[in-house]
Design a protein around this ligand. Structure first.
Ligand SMILES: [Zn+2]
Length: 69
């Protein structure tokens, strides 16, 4: 375990950036699968939670510090 905690609304950095060049993803759905949305091009992907935990590098912005649009 790397001690990373994440929750709905957090913006995270992944180990691999999106082909559009952005590496900021917002968590928009949490469950057995996690849905994240690219902050650059708004493309969203769904990945199994376990895989997400492996691929996530760090949390950039916590949900409570991010203003909702
Ligand atoms: Zn993108």
């Amino acid at each position: 375990m790397n001690g990373q905690t994440f929750e709905l609304g957090d913006v995270v950095e992944m180990k691999k950036q999106h082909p559009c060049g952005t590496n900021e993803w917002k968590i928009i759905r949490m469950g057995a699968d996690v849905r994240i949305k690219c902050e650059g091009c708004q493309h969203s992907v769904m990945i199994p939670r376990r895989e997400f935990e492996k691929k996530m590098k760090k949390v950039l912005k916590k949900a409570e510090l991010t203003s909702e649009e």
